[in-house]
Ligand binder design. Structure first.
Ligand SMILES: CC(C)=CCC/C(C)=C/CC/C(C)=C/C=C/C(C)=C/C=C/C=C(C)/C=C/C=C(C)/C=C/C=C(C)/C=C/CC(C)(C)O
Ligand code: SAM
Length: 381
C-alpha cells in the first residue's frame, strides 16, 4: 500500500504503454473516420474494417458453403459452366433464390460468374471437388455450430450433453472407452477414414521410417493411414491398435483392400492398459489432441513403455501456434474440442515438454507440406 492507502500502480513498460495508447486511439470513432480517409492509414483502416466484418459474417459464409455442398453445386459444375436457369432446375430452387446462392458463392471465390451470366467453378470450389472429405467435414459442422449456439454456456460447462460429445463417445472422460459399441463408432470412424486423404501423404512424405522393422499405429482408426504406409514401405510389418469395434472395422476394410495379410489389427484401450509391445516405431495420428493432459501423458508413457530403446514415436496432428494458421489451432480446434468435451490443441513446445516428461529424447519437428492440416514431431525412446 502507498501512504495514501492505495495499492501501488504496477510498473508499465514502454510496450504496454504503447499498446494502451494504440488501443485507445483505434477504439475512438473519430480516429477511425480520420484513419479511413488519411492516405497513409487508409489501407490499414479498410483492411481492419473488412477483417472485422469477415469475423461478424463468418457463420453466414460457412452456411453459404454448406448450402453449396448439400446441393452438390460443385459437382454440378464440374463438366463446365451452366446458366442460372439450368442450375436452378437441377438444384430444385426458384431462380431468384438460386441466384442469391450463386452470387454469394461467387463473392466468396467458390464460383465465378462469366460475362454471359453463366456460373463456373472458381479455384476454391474446384479444390473442394478434389477433396470430397472436406465436404463431409462441412456437412458434419452442422453439429458443431448447433453446439456453439451459446458459446458462453459452452465455456462455462453449462451446455449439458453436446452433439459432438455424442458423436465422439470415447471423448467423455467419465465413460469407459473400452465399452463403446460398434454403432457408436461407425460415423466418426468413417469421417476420419475419409479425411485421411488430406493428411496421410503429407505425413509420410516427412516421416523418417528407414531402418524400422515394425510400425504400430495407435488409435489407427479404420487403417487408412496404415494402408498408405503399406504401399510406401513394402517390407515394414504393420500393426493397428484401436478400440475393439474400430479395430474390427479396420480389419474388414484392410481385408477388402487386399491388405489383410499386411496389417494385424488389435482391439483394446490405451487408457489404463499397456500398449502391445514389439514395434520399433509408434504413430499417433490425430490422437493426442483428443485427450486432456492427464490422459495424453498416459498415452505417451504407454508408448514409451511399449517401445524398445532407440524406438521412434511420431505425433502427427494439427497444432496450436502454427505460423499463418493460428485461428485453425486456437479458434477452430480449440472450440471444436471444447464442444467435443475433451482435449485441446497443443503447441510444439507443449508437446515437446510432455514428451520429455514421458522419458523421450531427440525430439524434433519434420516439415510437412501443409502444416495447417497436420504437423509432425518425432521422439526417441
Ligand atoms: C494454374 C492453375 C490452374 C491455378 C493456379 C492457382 C493455384 C495455385 C490454385 C491452387 C490450387 C490448389 C493447389 C488448391 C488446393 C486446395 C486444397 C488442397 C484445399 C484443401 C482444403 C482443406 C480444407 C478446407 C480442410 C478442412 C479440414 C477440416 C475442416 C478438418 C476438420 C477436422 C476435424 C474436425 C477433425 C476431428 C478429429 C478430432 C476429433 C479433432 O480428433
Ligand atoms: C480422431 S481419431 C483418429 C483416427 C486415425 N488415427 C486418423 O487420423 O484417421 C482418434 C482415434 O482414437 C481412437 N481412440 C479413442 N480413445 C481410445 C482408447 N481409449 N483406446 C484406443 N483407441 C482410442 C478412436 O477410436 C479413433 O479411432
Amino acid at each position: 500500500m502507498t501512504e495514501a492507502g492505495h495499492p501501488p500502480k504496477p510498473h508499465r513498460g514502454w510496450r504496454e504503454r504503447w499498446l494502451a495508447l494504440r488501443s485507445g486511439l483505434v477504439a475512438s470513432p473519430g480516429f477511425q473516420r480520420w484513419a479511413a480517409g488519411f492516405p497513409l492509414t487508409r489501407r490499414t483502416a479498410q483492411r481492419n474494417t473488412r477483417a472485422l466484418f469477415d469475423l461478424c459474417a463468418g457463420f453466414v459464409y460457412a452456411q453459404v458453403l454448406f448450402a453449396c455442398i448439400r446441393l452438390d453445386l460443385f459437382k454440378l459444375l464440374q463438366d463446365g459452366p451452366l446458366a442460372p436457369e439450368t442450375i436452378a432446375r437441377r438444384v430444385d430452387l426458384p431462380l431468384e433464390r438460386s441466384l442469391t446462392l450463386l452470387k454469394a458463392a461467387a463473392s466468396l471465390g467458390l464460383l465465378s460468374r462469366l460475362r454471359d451470366g453463366r456460373f463456373a467453378l472458381a479455384d476454391l470450389g474446384a479444390a473442394l471437388i478434389g477433396n470430397p472429405s472436406v465436404g463431409r467435414m462441412i456437412e458434419h459442422h452442422a453439429m458443431l455450430y448447433a453446439d456453439l449456439a451459446d458459446p458462453i454456456a459452452l465455456l462455462r460447462g453449462e451446455s449439458g450433453a453436446t452433439r459432438l460429445a455424442r458423436y465422439w463417445p470415447y471423448a467423455d472422460p467419465r465413460s469407459d472407452a473400452a465399452r463403446v459399441g460398434p454403432d457408436a463408432v461407425a460415423a466418426y470412424s468413417g469421417l476420419m477414414a475419409s479425411s485421411q486423404a488430406l493428411i496421410a501423404g503429407d505425413v509420410l512424405d516427412a516421416l523418417p521410417l528407414a531402418g524400422r522393422t515394425c510400425l504400430l499405429d495407435v488409435g489407427g482408426g479404420e487403417g487408412v493411414f496404415l494402408a498408405h504406409v503399406a504401399r510406401r514401405h513394402p517390407s515394414l510389418a504393420l500393426r493397428l491398435f484401436d478400440l475393439p469395434p474400430v479395430a474390427e472395422r479396420a480389419g474388414a476394410r484392410l481385408t477388402a483392400e487386399g491388405l489383410g495379410d499386411r496389417v494385424t489389427c488389435l482391439g483394446g484401450t490405451f487408457l489404463g492398459e499397456p500398449l502391445p509391445a514389439g514395434a520399433d516405431a509408434i504413430t499417433l495420428v490425430r490422437v493426442l489432441h483428443d485427450h486432456n493432459d492427464a490422459e495424453a501423458m498416459a498415452i505417451l508413457r504407454a508408448a514409451y513403455t511399449a517401445l524398445p530403446p532407440g524406438g521412434l514415436l511420431a505425433i502427427a496432428e494439427p497444432m496450436a501456434g502454427t505460423a499463418g494458421a493460428e485461428p485453425i489451432g486456437d479458434a477452430y480446434f480449440g472450440f471444436y474440442l471444447l464442444a467435443m468435451g475433451s482435449g485441446r490443441p497443443r503447441t510444439v513446445e507443449e508437446l515437446t515438454a510432455m514428451l520429455k516428461q514421458a522419458g523421450f529424447s531427440g525430439i524434433r519437428e519434420w516439415r510437412t507440406r501443409r502444416p495447417l492440416l497436420t504437423r509432425l514431431l518425432t521422439a526417441s525412446r
